[in-house]
Design a protein. Structure first.
Length: 378
């Protein structure tokens, strides 16, 4: 049985109305697209389009084109508009009061036993607290999105939100050190530490044919250690070493090694480090005789990064590179092997003369971090 053919013949007024709808651009896309289709189907038009051509032109199926034709023959050009609802929409159960209770709940700490709010947990608590009879987690998600609420996220900051003279003083002191030109007699050295857990394999892993490493999820804990990293950015030098502990004695011995073996001819070593309690001149007196401790204390000039300002320590950049390039996700079970890997990493990096191009200055800080500087009213 051949398909029924529908012929569209638009009157002048209908054609004028459809063109007006298209040109104004204030109607829904669906309405405008159907108006365009009817104009293309107009049998009185010189360039009448076939159903297949229209389907390809508007990315629709031929069935949809035929449905529009049939609807026009029944209702005229009113077929391009959506039909009105026969029944009024159901009133939402989520009133302004319910939404206010949800927002207040999401902005408070999660209940005991939970680390964060989830959509399902919020929906359960809303019902338990008799704010509403029932509400789905998808509805909870829509309300949170409309109000720009994200209770599942945890933000961390490394810059104070309010004015802080202490932060500013330490920051500008460190930035001033970084602005100094290279001087072999006064090398600028940054240091930082990183704890690491030593893990051993229960069963040896293997690699697949595509290079993917397969390893057992079970492992052996062999204790912890601490990686000390020293870097002189302007010279493209860094050195990493792992020790069992990071006590004042360990730190003092490493500083003695730095002063006597790495920079024996330097008049003074400019040291940038964080505020850890071991990074003080008192550590020299706990590790050496007073005369030796005083000698070492005179060899160093210490500059400390501000609290919550470890990002100002260039050694953090080198530690990040170390974590990605050398440590990764592999397991190392003893200090000897770890130090061998660290030596290979920093030796290779020193040969390539990898440096750090530090560009943030005190002038930049006074503009970008203006909110940290105290306001002076005099």
């Amino acid at each position: 049985m051949p398909k029924q053919k529908y012929t569209i013949i638009l009157s002048e007024s209908e054609e004028k109305t459809l063109k007006s709808i298209i040109s104004k651009g204030v109607y829904p896309v669906r309405t405008i697209k159907r108006a365009q289709i009817l104009l293309k189907l107009n049998n009185t038009a010189v360039n009448e389009c076939k159903t297949t051509e229209l389907a390809n032109l508007f990315s629709l199926s031929e069935t949809t084109i035929n449905r529009i034709k049939k609807a026009y023959l029944k209702k005229g050009i009113d077929c391009i508009f959506r039909k009105n609802r026969k029944t009024p929409p159901v009133e939402s159960k989520v009133t302004g009061e319910v939404e206010a209770h949800l927002i207040a709940l999401a902005c408070h700490n999660p209940p005991a036993g939970y680390s964060k709010w989830t959509l399902r947990l919020l929906s359960e608590r809303m019902v338990q607290m008799n704010y509403i009879d029932s509400i789905s987690h998808t509805t909870i998600g829509k309300i949170l999105k409309q109000n720009s609420l994200k209770p599942h996220l945890v933000e961390e900051w490394c810059i104070p939100k309010n004015q802080s003279a202490d932060f500013v003083a330490c920051m500008e002191d460190v930035l001033d050190v970084y602005s100094r030109p290279y001087d072999e007699h006064y090398p600028v050295v940054c240091m930082d530490e990183k704890p690491l857990q030593l893990l051993g394999e229960v069963r040896k892993g293997r690699r697949k044919s595509n290079g993917t490493l397969i390893q057992d999820s079970e492992y052996v804990r062999n204790g912890t250690c601490s990686i000390f990293l020293f870097t002189e950015p302007l010279a493209g030098y860094r050195h990493a070493i792992a020790l069992e502990r990071r006590t004042k004695l360990d730190w003092a011995k490493l500083m003695k090694w730095l002063a006597d073996e790495v920079y024996p001819h330097a008049k003074k070593i400019i040291m940038v480090c964080d505020n850890l309690n071991t990074h003080t001149k008192s550590s020299f007196y706990e590790a050496f005789q007073p005369a030796e401790a005083l000698r070492l204390a005179k060899r160093f000039e210490f500059h400390y990064t501000p609290k919550h300002g470890s990002w100002l320590n260039i050694a953090e950049i080198e530690l990040s590179a170390l974590s990605k390039q050398c440590l990764g996700k592999r397991r190392i079970d003893n200090l000897e092997e770890l130090n061998s890997e660290l030596k290979q990493w920093h030796t290779d990096r020193n040969k390539k003369q990898k440096g750090v191009d530090w560009q943030f200055t005190s002038e930049d800080a006074r503009g970008k971090l203006k909110h940290l500087y105290p306001l002076l009213n005099f």
